[in-house]
Design a protein around this ligand. Structure first.
Ligand code: GLN
Length: 537
């Protein structure tokens, strides 16, 4: 075993306290002190991956370079650390059981009764150690999904208990809890934290550090009380107060000296003075916008903003880069109709039609693309949003009435978007889309995408089954919508543009997954830049 250290982040009291942001913030601080850090998420549900989950249930499905469909927290890890993650960074209970059952079927357990302890916990521990054993990381932070006390989390907590025993001081447990404020008495209450720590103790795990989510400052007396009742050192009681942007959390954790406490407890030296200058200059730009731009985000999951997490964050990065506040207008595609679309869309400086699946809300998305095209409003069609732009152009410009994607109308007379050859015959829905990073060549030098990227070869991540049907290519080019990005191996059309339009870009891939604080995505930056100019006119 190498000297890799393992930090576990568990959560208590309620869900949604922000374990992912805490893990990412701590990782950022340790990275800024010269350590190589990665983060992993263990999800206690039975799905093998979140690819088959409805976004309403679990928010966006985040896709990694290697094509893994993962939890949206991995997006935070990449955006904070500016480093890519992979399949190994997200493991679900379904995946753990799948490996154990496959081994059992192969006879690998030599006739033994296969049990949660040790077989499931061994598989969990193996998955945790995979990242450490690569020798690439000094520290692996593992976030355990769910809340302590849930039946589903028990095997994970048990694995942490075993690892603490096996690896001793190389393991550290951080428990994130809530300290609610009772308005009636004006008090912050620590009892839920005490109970949740007791639950961890019942499972044999003593947390080393407690991070308390709170709306108000937690004073020394309360910290002392929590330290006393929960057997942790006073310096190991850390508050995480509400902030206006998640990108402030690393700075708040720095104020609380969380990074120093962690290094001390793991017996690691303070190698470098912390360097957060690039991060801080991003925050300065983010907090001092000189103008506002109104962007319409048209999709069918808009009630749950987490369904478009990476797009929202990419817009925040692009806004900061342009010193501009991006005001997202959430537009439900089903609410956009023939008799209201100009009214709904006319105050917008730019329109995004979001990725998606299935025909619900399609007519509203098509109207949004039509409005953007006709009014010269910047249009950014992402994945399904590109397909929508192609369908709209076919119907209204090329006069191919009833043109559609075969996903929506299998028997359309003009299948301008069709199933990819390699997708035909696939009946198993899990993990079988075109997934992960592929090369794309930009073919037109004077296109908006070329100006944005300023290079001819790019790599972007995909998640789709359908594609632009190239039997229609000549008609589109003649009509004024041109393919400007092509996959060099398969010739698939990855990007279309309308050269006559100010900024009309449809892309088959998902650029939002690659936007980070330190590297805002060039397409988002350029889209916002062009939307601003529109406003100034
Ligand atoms: N439903 C479309 C496809 O499968 C688009 C997918 C997406 O937007 N991610 O091709």
């Amino acid at each position: 075993m190498s000297e890799t250290r393992y930090i576990f982040v568990t959560g208590g009291v309620t869900s949604s306290l922000g374990k992912g942001i805490l893990a990412a913030s701590l990782a950022k601080l340790l990275q800024s002190r010269g350590y190589k850090v990665t983060i992993q998420k263990l999800d206690p549900y039975i799905n093998v991956d979140p690819g088959t989950l409805n976004p309403y249930e679990h928010g966006e499905c985040y896709v990694t370079e290697d094509g893994a469909e993962t939890d949206l927290d991995l997006g935070h890890y990449e955006r904070f650390l500016n480093e890519t993650t992979s399949q190994a960074n997200n493991v679900t209970t379904g995946r753990i059981y799948q490996s154990v059952i496959n081994k059992e079927r192969k006879g690998d357990y030599l006739g033994k009764t296969v049990q949660i302890i040790p077989h499931i916990t061994d598989e969990i521990k193996r998955r945790i150690k995979i990242l450490g054993s690569k020798g690439k990381y000094d520290i692996v932070i593992t976030e355990i999904g769910g809340t302590v006390g849930d039946i589903e989390s028990l095997p994970y907590i048990e694995s942490v208990r075993q690892l603490k025993w096996e690896l001793g001081s190389k393991v550290l447990v951080i428990h994130l809890t809530l300290v609610p404020y009772l308005a009636a008495t004006g008090e912050l209450k620590t009892k839920p934290t005490q109970h949740s720590v007791k639950q961890l103790l019942e499972a044999g795990v003593q947390p080393d550090i407690l991070v308390l989510r709170t709306e108000y400052d937690i004073d020394l007396n309360i910290r002392k009380k929590v330290a006393l009742f929960c057997n942790v050192a006073l310096e190991a009681v850390v508050q995480s107060i509400n902030v206006s942007t998640i990108y402030d959390v690393p700075l708040k954790m720095l104020e609380e000296k969380l990074d120093l406490t962690v290094l001390k407890k793991l017996a690691l030296p303070i190698k470098e003075k912390i360097n957060l200058s690039a991060w801080n200059s991003f925050l300065t730009r983010l907090k001092s916008p000189t103008q506002t731009v109104e962007i319409g985000l048209v999709g069918k999951y808009v009630e749950l903003h987490d369904a478009y997490k990476s797009i929202v964050e990419a817009l925040i990065h692009a806004g900061a880069e342009n010193r501009c506040n991006v005001n997202i207008n959430w537009i439900h595609s089903e609410s956009v109709k023939n008799d209201n679309y100009t009214k709904i869309l006319s105050n917008l400086n730019g329109i995004i039609v979001a990725p998606g699946f299935g025909h619900r809300g399609m007519s509203g998305k098509i109207l949004a693309a039509k409005y953007a095209r006709e009014s010269n409003t910047p249009y950014f069609g992402i994945c399904l949003g590109m397909q929508v732009a192609v369908i709209e152009f076919a119907r209204n410009v090329l006069k191919l009435e009833e043109a559609d994607s075969t996903e929506m109308t299998p028997k359309t007379p003009y299948p301008v978007i069709d199933l990819m050859e390699q997708q035909k015959g696939i009946t198993n829905y899990g993990g079988t889309m075109r997934l992960g990073a592929y090369e794309c060549r930009i073919v037109e030098n004077d296109s908006n995408v070329f100006r944005a990227y300023n290079k001819l070869t790019i790599h972007e991540r995909h998640r789709h089954r359908y594609e632009f049907n190239d039997t229609f290519i000549e008609k589109f080019i003649a009509g004024g919508m041109v393919p400007v990005g092509i996959n060099p191996e398969t010739d698939l059309v990855e990007i279309v543009e309308i050269p006559k339009h100010k900024w009309f870009v449809g892309i088959q891939f998902h650029p939002e997954y690659r936007s980070t604080v330190l590297n805002p995505h060039p397409l988002f930056v350029d889209f916002i830049k062009n939307s601003i100019v529109e406003e100034e006119k």
